[in-house]
Ligand binder design. Structure first.
Ligand SMILES: C[S@@+](CC[C@H](N)C(=O)[O-])C[C@H]1O[C@@H](n2cnc3c(N)ncnc32)[C@H](O)[C@@H]1O
Length: 299
């Protein structure tokens, strides 16, 4: 899976230059940084996921070490985990694509985050930790100095070689981009990184990313091949029942699913033809889920 990474990264850089030229020097991702990928918006998502996870586990860790798989471009979730109380946050991505202007735009006006995260972090602690973050200017090297490390390019599966173990392992809209053949190894390796009593918490988006609003199931129509590139761009097409089996079989953990969204406002393709095994209509129509599991041991 790693073999295409350098060529792919070069292609992304050229695409980025082309987009900047087309949009008159303004990176179109700045819009995302200020809207649905802003620190405020992402803190809403983080608070929602933590609230879903809390009743499902013996104790929800909010200090110690956190690992985020799949940083993306903005680092807002890693920052959110830091303000919640983790003293060490490692955020990794298979591509190095965090860009300082995007991170700074995402962090520029935090207004609501302290409300969204208030069930998990007292106000004064939020403000103190936020100020510590902001004082770094969000420059990766300076963030590392206060405990928030961005490591890329790195395949999450490669972390298994490190001795470090984590109290929380988190991902948001990442696992659906992993090709099905790579998932058992990735899930086994990353759940093996949990400290005793550590919690794994993932949000997986099952819509076709090409047109998620209008045609969320379009990619389920028969296709001879579904390449790793299509998994990256549109999602790997696995349905909820497949995920439930995969998570259980690959990790040996007992997974709970406190959120599963089922959509009835869009049609399924007349023939569902991908060769991933059986799924009933409810599985096919499930368009997102949150999965949470806790490792044995700990307090
Ligand atoms: C849709 S983006 C989401 C990024 C971020 N979580 C967010 O919500 O903005 C998925 C990210 O996961 C990364 N990714 C996919 N597979 C990975 C792997 N095996 N190891 C590390 N990162 C991976 C991709 O490079 C991409 O940046």
């Amino acid at each position: 899976m790693n073999s295409d990474a350098p060529a792919d990264a070069g292609l992304r850089q050229r695409l980025g230059r082309w987009k900047r030229r087309l949009f008159g020097g303004v990176d179109p991702n700045l819009g995302a940084a200020r809207q649905h990928r802003s620190f405020d918006a992402m803190s809403g998502v983080l608070g929602w996921m933590l609230a879903l996870a809390k009743p499902e586990v013996r104790r929800l860790p909010l200090s110690g070490r956190a690992l985020e798989i799949g940083t993306g471009q903005f680092m807002a979730h890693a920052a959110g985990l830091y303000v919640c109380g983790f003293d060490r946050v490692l955020t990794v991505d298979r591509y190095r694509q965090v860009a300082l202007p995007l991170v700074q735009a995402s962090m520029e006006k935090p207004v609501l985050a302290r409300r969204f995260l208030s069930p998990f972090v007292p106000h004064d602690q939020f403000m103190a930790r936020w100020q510590r973050l902001a004082a770094t200017g969000f420059v990766p090297e300076r963030l590392a100095g206060i405990g928030l490390e961005y490591r890329a390019p790195v395949e999450a599966v490669a972390l298994a070689a490190d001795p470090e173990r984590f109290d929380l392992i988190f991902s948001y809209t990442v696992l659906e981009h992993v090709p099905p053949a790579d998932l058992p190894g990735l899930l086994a390796a990353t759940s093996g990184l949990l400290a005793p009593g550590g919690v794994a918490l993932h949000f997986v988006d099952l819509e076709d990313h090409l047109d998620p609003r209008g045609a969320p199931f379009a990619f389920l129509a028969p296709a001879a091949e579904w390449s790793d590139e299509q998994c990256g761009a549109r999602g790997n097409r696995l349905r909820f029942a497949h995920w439930q089996r995969l998570l259980a079989d690959s990790t040996g953990l007992q997974w709970k699913f406190p959120y599963a969204a089922v959509r009835h406002d869009a049609s399924l393709p007349a023939v569902v033809g991908h060769a991933l095994g059986p799924a009933d209509e409810n599985d096919l129509r499930t368009t997102a889920f949150v999965a949470v599991a806790q490792a044995a041991g700990g307090r």
